[in-house]
Write a protein that binds this ligand. Structure first.
Ligand SMILES: C[S@@+](CC[C@H](N)C(=O)[O-])C[C@H]1O[C@@H](n2cnc3c(N)ncnc32)[C@H](O)[C@@H]1O
Length: 269
């Protein structure tokens, strides 16, 4: 997955800003990836010094993605996934998890970071029966996302809307709610919303986030678990509801643990 033109030690191409940390690249650093620049590693290290648990949070969040997609493709029989704020390719990307359960699954990835775009081909390795597509778009423009995704997804059939670790970047509550409403209005009954975001339950996490937000990076807002739960208003929450990320349907043998991020899955009635 590594593209030597965009990652590691080499000079960044002009469309890529390697002078300020970027969410996708810092996240990739915490996940143990190589697709990040010194500025991202410095911001990641500074965050970790104040709040070391961020690394566990990032890793647990990817494990939640895997469990949620297995639930959706398995028990919920969903075959279409719209994954907005995809991040850099890593192990267990949405299409790999979904197509392992149901090879005919169709996945549209959306992100607006040029580095993610540069790596998108690693996300486009579909099973022969299914499809994966990548859309370079901003979550603040749901109409454009829906229009582009409609080339791959059938909005007459249920879709899993996945917004994992991205709504914190939409710091205004009304805007975040309006994006969710627009996306949910476009999908039929039986569709799902999957969401996790960092929460404000740990003062060290809040302090680390405040410093990060002053670094020139796109700010990320930590909401309370109650505020995050309200994003599911109007949906039927899948058990166990909106909980700390590792507590959402842990796999047998998973150690009981907590991180300062809340996750949930809701079904559109
Ligand atoms: C914390 S990462 C989460 C990545 C992945 N969803 C995961 O859970 O591992 C947030 C992602 O959202 C993307 N992002 C941030 N703001 C965005 C926007 N306005 N439109 C589209 N993507 C955005 C970033 O580029 C990054 O890839």
């Amino acid at each position: 997955m590594t593209d030597s033109a965009t990652a590691g030690q080499g000079a960044a191409p002009p469309e890529i800003d390697a002078t300020v940390p970027h969410s996708a690249r810092v996240w990739n650093y915490w996940l143990g990836g190589k697709d990040n620049y010194p500025v991202d590693r410095a911001a990641g290290d500074q965050f970790q010094e104040v709040f070391p648990a961020i690394v566990d949070t990032a890793r647990e969040s990817r494990r939640f993605l895997s469990r949620a997609v297995r639930f959706l493709a398995g028990e919920a029989r969903i075959r279409q996934f719209l994954d907005i704020g995809t991040g850099l390719p890593t192990a267990e990307n949405t299409h790999e998890v979904a197509q392992r359960v149901a090879p005919e699954s169709r996945i549209v990835y959306v992100d607006n970071d040029p580095v993610v775009l540069a790596h998108a081909r690693a996300l486009l390795t579909s099973s022969p029966e299914g499809v994966t597509q990548y859309v370079d778009a901003d979550v603040r423009d749901p109409d454009r996302i829906l229009e582009a995704a409609a080339r791959t997804l059938d909005f007459g059939r249920p879709v899993a809307l996945m917004l994992l670790g991205i709504l914190g970047h939409v710091t205004d509550d009304d805007q975040a709610r309006s994006i969710l409403r627009r996306l949910l209005d476009a999908v039929p009954s039986g569709s799902y919303l999957v969401l996790y975001d960092g929460n404000d339950t740990n003062p060290a996490g809040v302090a680390a986030q405040e410093t990060y937000n002053q670094s020139g990076a796109l700010p990320y807002r930590l909401r309370s678990p109650e505020q995050l739960a309200r994003f599911f208003d109007g949906l039927e929450l899948v058990e166990p509801g909106v909980v700390s990320v590792p507590r959402w349907r842990p796999d047998p043998g998973d150690p009981p643990t907590e991180v300062d991020a809340s996750a949930g899955v809701g079904r559109k009635p």
